[in-house]
Design a binder for this molecule. Structure first.
Ligand code: SAM
Length: 404
């Protein structure tokens, strides 16, 4: 039939008996068939469709650029491994024009402090100019200054530079020199601001990028790293073995429990808790059909994510001692998985557990790291890094809560 398509084909079929041949031509009956199943739409297409509807409302004119970022190659940062004495590595990275974005921010804080100091002796007009050019005192709040001395070093290439890092290399003892990860994933760890000898819980820790960053601070007195998935916990063990010497690994306790049960196991114990929850992993969802949460058969699981996230955040809050802090994070742009979970958790902590929780202001992160990341300026609670073609990190949402 295909060869007889169009007008020519139709004309041929209409033709009567050929002249001189009396027999009627054979007729064939074609039955129209209906497909038994709807055509399979790949989960990546479903995800993009879903995001087009929801994120265009949320991000408005920013959505096309965020969308382009999500669909392009993501950028990495190289988290230096302080346990492998990486002096020559920093030189190598700096020759390539990469910089440690955290050290750069520290320099900025110091230059502001120096400028403020100098400004005290100046006229008020001069001071105003200086403040407009740099940061205000409020933007360099004490937690920020403290988190800036966290020992975490992460190299990134400048905006618009899409050079790739070489794979990590082992030192003579077999310890790898750096860990490649989305540099925005370090922001929740910096926000946690681990202090010397803190007891830290990483409730959903695998495969372990943030656990490794927590250890780089050199400040954890004890680190509980948990993840429900046994296979992913194995990956966490591998990372610890590849990056962390034995004596440091001894402060880490790796478990494979359902994080929602944590309160029953070790409630009220920790100074700092990281709750880096499972989410729609937006970048993965639009790029990879394998293991995609937008697969039709995972619809229920996807719809239940905000509930699971809320339960995990509640478990994180209940794992803290009074005065302690929790950082909640996702790699999704979805307010349902971000701000709404925070709001519900604060409400439940108050009404069901009589625990007062306050949201900490992290807006100074925006000022400090604006050269490296594109932040969403209108996030109601917490901070959100938006993918952007010139700085293609994230999405990364993070919000800090303090248990009163
Ligand atoms: N923090 C990790 C990192 O930086 O490498 C990434 C964590 S990933 C976003 C979310 C993790 O939550 C997954 O490894 C998943 O296995 C885990 N998870 C899902 N449900 C959980 C639960 N009920 N309790 C604990 N972990 C859970």
């Amino acid at each position: 039939m295909a060869a007889l398509g169009g007008r020519a084909g139709a004309a041929l079929l209409r033709r009567g008996p050929l002249p001189g041949l009396g027999a009627e031509p054979r007729r064939y009956r074609y039955k129209e068939k209906w497909a038994a199943t709807a055509p399979r739409i790949p989960p990546t297409r479903l995800a993009l469709h879903h995001f087009d509807i929801n994120y265009s409302l949320q991000l408005k004119e920013r959505w096309p650029s965020v969308r382009a970022g999500l669909l392009c190659e993501q950028k990495y940062g190289a988290l230096l491994n302080n346990f492998s004495l990486p002096d020559h590595v920093t030189q190598e990275l700096e020759l390539l024009n990469a910089t440690d974005f955290i050290a750069e921010a520290t320099k900025k804080v110091r230059s502001v402090a120096a400028a403020e100091e100098a400004g005290r002796g100046q006229s008020s007009a001069g001071r105003m100019v200086m403040q407009a050019e740099t940061m205000t005192q409020a933007e360099m709040s004490p937690p920020l200054c403290a988190s800036m001395s966290s020992n975490i070093k992460c190299y990134t290439f400048p905006r618009g530079d899409i050079t790739r890092f070489r794979p990590a290399r082992p030192n003579t003892l077999g310890i790898l020199d750096y860990y490649l990860m989305d540099a925005a994933s370090l922001l929740p760890v910096l926000a946690l601001n681990v202090q010397p000898d803190d007891f830290v819980l990483d409730l959903c820790a695998a495969p372990g990028g943030k656990t490794l960053a927590l250890l780089q601070t050199g400040a954890c007195g004890h680190l509980a790293a948990n993840d429900i998935s046994i296979s992913r916990t194995k990956r966490l063990h591998q990372i610890l073995h590849s990056y962390v010497p034995k004596e440091i690994r001894e402060i880490v306790n790796v478990t494979s429990c359902d994080g929602r049960d944590w309160e029953r196991l070790e409630g009220g114990t920790f100074h700092k808790v990281l709750v880096d929850v499972p989410c729609t992993t937006d970048r993965h969802s639009v790029m990879e059909d394998d293991n995609n949460i937008f697969h039709k058969r995972r619809t229920k699981e996807r719809q239940m994510l905000p509930m699971l996230q809320l339960q995990l955040l509640m478990a994180g809050i209940l794992a803290t001692r009074p005065g302690a802090e929790v950082v909640y994070s996702t790699c999704s742009l979805s307010p349902l998985q971000n701000e709404h979970v925070i709001e519900r958790a604060i409400e439940i902590a108050e009404t069901q557990f009589n625990i007062a929780v306050r949201v900490e202001d992290l807006s100074h992160f925006r000022t400090l790291f604006q050269d490296t990341f594109s932040f969403f300026p209108d996030c109601r609670l917490g901070e959100l890094v938006l993918p952007h073609l010139t700085a293609n990190f994230g999405p990364m949402y993070f919000c800090k809560l303090c248990r009163m």
